[in-house]
Write a protein that binds this ligand. Structure first.
Ligand SMILES: Cc1cc2nc3c(=O)[nH]c(=O)nc-3n(C[C@H](O)[C@H](O)[C@H](O)COP(=O)(O)OP(=O)(O)OC[C@H]3O[C@@H](n4cnc5c(N)ncnc54)[C@H](O)[C@@H]3O)c2cc1C
Length: 605
């Protein structure tokens, strides 16, 4: 009998849809109770090749349909009608197999403030505990310490699953970048894991310190449980909908099982306890809608029978927006661009295989996080806040179910503990139209951490085979604040490129240029702004009255046994990279399921 038929005949306690970052970790944790039977349905296949495992090869699979869903947004009006790519992992392990491996916690202030949105049980102390439970940290080497790597043991988890440490290879721009930021008043942060993100720091990466390969959901979690008879992972299978029972009166709707496709065949698997959707921020809302859970008007339009009217499904889409800037270096440097020469790249690969060191053992390593006051002058800040506050008085916002979201975002703008801007120096030239091919370059990218633009993701048809419509509403923000902040961020980046040791190494700022007018800079931002590939929010954990989709326990409103656990549940963006929090979410979800059903599910593998 084929794998799909066998899967569909099993009597699962839990079915997890999506064996990605969160889903595969959660399913593995649930399987620690040998009395419960867990099934996972994942579209992708396992791919443990160099393109996934070798850190210095990051980015090479983006756009490759064997690894990447390759989603495109709908044309973005404020970004010159461009369709902006949003890459997502289409392999076992999901996007944890593709990401750039920064393993960063969120901020204490931000998690503690989630309570202001009506969310309980997700404060910093809780999140710190669960993220630490996921982490198996190894202190950095002396070489990494010389590059300011975090070596404060007390903030890290040692007994968890995802192997983390600092990289072993550092480009020669790293220390000059620290010198420059320190000269601009940005202090070195020696413990990014403390809950205080502000400063310049060398990040901890999800990398195995022995083999110098990627540690991700598949090898960190699943490989420890894959020989257990009570967990079954079906790859190459796509869930088409959750089968929801009919409601009796006002009783919640019950998930009965999952319908899926594999190799052209259609199957269904039934579930005794719960279905947990972990298909990621772009596909979880689509699957909810195809299952009859969403905005009634939209479902009727798609001819999908309505099971639960939940207008928040697919709404509240948020992302980090990024604007790259290019510069040419003085003199000779080794940069990532050198790897585009096949002979150089082959030599590096041999060196990596023999020694587990060198360029391919690492990626970029340094991040900067700063609050608004660090990059926006008091005058600009005053006029920006005046425009914003005027726009926030509009009835559409005052009467919005997301009013508390707007209030929280507003308060963070004047909180010096909240990072509004991230800056990354990438030792490579990522623009088109490089002017001097013999020179070496770097790209400085500015990332808006708390963008005000909020869009949506919705099913376009009743078929899972049609990709969802994705509209991040790029640069559509009250008082045009996202554009103002990005232009100020670009101007601040010019200062970085011209100050201290990095300034001394910079021969020429290629594009954009410091002499450009604000109008020309705005035009540049519209031409190049893109997704930082951190979409969240489309099945938000919020009160139902605030357009929430799941409650504090990740349960979908109006259902008795359907939960969501992935990036779509974050109600407001965090000023950092999300994967560490997502592994923490998997542990928190396992605890919640244990508490709610007394399953004796241990959070240890
Ligand atoms: C290039 C890139 C670099 C990044 N770098 C970093 C970084 O350095 N640090 C960081 O913290 N974050 C980074 N991120 C973001 C981070 O990796 C993601 O936010 C995170 O992995 C998302 O996890 P998830 O569990 O929400 O979804 P995913 O990991 O995407 O899992 C969803 C899974 O569901 C599967 N699926 C979808 N629909 C169905 C269906 N109908 N049936 C069955 N299966 C389905 C998908 O195939 C996928 O495996 C990066 C992202 C990208 C793309």
């Amino acid at each position: 009998m084929d794998a799909a038929s066998i899967f569909s005949r099993q009597n699962f306690d839990y079915i997890v849809v999506g064996g990605g970052t969160t889903g595969l970790a959660l399913a593995s944790l649930l399987s620690t109770n040998k009395n419960i039977h867990v099934g996972v349905i994942e579209v992708g296949e396992r791919k443990d090749d160099d393109l996934v495992l070798v850190p210095g090869m990051i980015g090479r699979v983006l756009g490759n349909p064997e690894y990447d869903w390759g989603f495109l947004t709908k044309p973005q009006v404020n970004a010159k009608d461009r369709q902006i790519p949003i890459n997502r992992g289409k392999v076992l392990g999901g996007t944890s197999a593709l990401n750039y491996m920064a393993y960063c916690r969120g901020s204490r202030i931000e998690f503690d403030d989630w309570e202001k949105l009506g969310i309980k049980g997700w404060d910093w102390e809780t999140m710190r505990r669960v993220v630490n439970a996921s982490e198996a940290w190894t202190p950095p080497s002396d070489h990494a310490k010389q590059h300011n790597a975090d070596c404060v043991t007390q903030h890290h988890g040692r007994g968890g699953h995802v192997k983390t440490t600092a990289y072993s290879y550092y480009y020669d721009l790293v220390l000059p970048f620290f010198d420059t930021m320190n000269k601009l008043g940005v202090a070195t942060n020696y413990s990014e894991a403390s809950g205080d993100l502000i400063g310049i720091w060398t990040y901890t990466a999800s990398i195995d310190p022995e083999t110098r390969t990627r540690s991700y959901s598949t090898n960190a979690y699943y490989d420890h449980v894959s020989n257990r008879p009570n967990i079954v992972v079906l790859t190459g299978a796509q869930a088409t909908k959750v089968l929801m029972g009919d409601r009796e009166g006002r009783a919640p709707s019950r998930a009965l099982g999952v319908e899926f496709m594999k190799a052209g065949g259609k199957f269904a698997a039934s579930v005794r306890r719960e279905v947990i959707i972990c298909a990621g921020a772009l596909q979880t809302p689509q699957l909810l809608e195809l299952s009859g859970i969403g905005n009634t008007e939209l479902l009727k339009h798609l001819n999908i029978p309505v099971k639960v009217d939940l207008p928040g499904v697919g709404e509240n889409f948020q992302d980090h927006f990024v604007v790259p800037m290019g510069a040419e270096l003085k003199g000779r440097h080794i940069t990532v661009d050198d790897l585009s020469s096949p002979s150089f790249s082959d030599k590096e690969l041999d060196h990596y295989r023999a020694t587990r060191s060198g360029m391919l053992s690492s990626t970029l390593s340094t991040l900067v996080f700063i609050p608004t006051s660090a990059f926006i002058s008091p005058d600009v800040m005053k006029s920006m806040l005046t425009s914003l506050d005027r726009a926030l008085l509009r009835p559409a916002i005052q009467n919005s179910p997301y009013k508390k979201w707007y209030e929280l975002q507003r308060s963070w703008l004047e909180n010096d503990g909240v990072a509004q801007l991230e800056i990354i120096l990438f030792p490579s030239y990522t623009h088109e139209g490089c002017t001097n091919e013999n020179a070496r370059h770097y790209t400085m990218s500015v990332f808006l951490q708390h963008a005000w633009s909020r869009g949506y993701v919705h099913a376009k048809s009743s078929s899972i085979l049609d990709p969802p419509e994705i509209d991040p509403a790029t640069l559509e923000s009250p008082g045009d604040i996202d554009m103002t902040m990005l232009v100020e961020a670009v101007k601040y980046a010019f200062k970085i490129m011209q100050t201290g040791a990095l300034g001394d190494l910079t021969a020429n700022i290629v594009e954009p240029q410091p002499s450009w007018s604000d109008d020309k800079l705005r035009d540049y931002v519209r031409s190049v702004v893109k997704s930082a590939l951190h979409p969240i929010g489309t099945a938000s954990m919020l009160p139902r009255s605030a357009n929430g989709v799941v409650d504090n326990n990740l349960k979908v409103y109006g259902t008795s046994n359907l939960r969501v656990a992935d990036a779509s549940i974050f109600p407001i963006h965090m000023g950092t990279h999300p994967q560490a929090t997502l592994y923490g979410l998997a542990h928190r979800a396992a605890e919640i399921i244990q508490e709610s059903q007394d399953n004796n599910v241990s959070a240890k593998l």
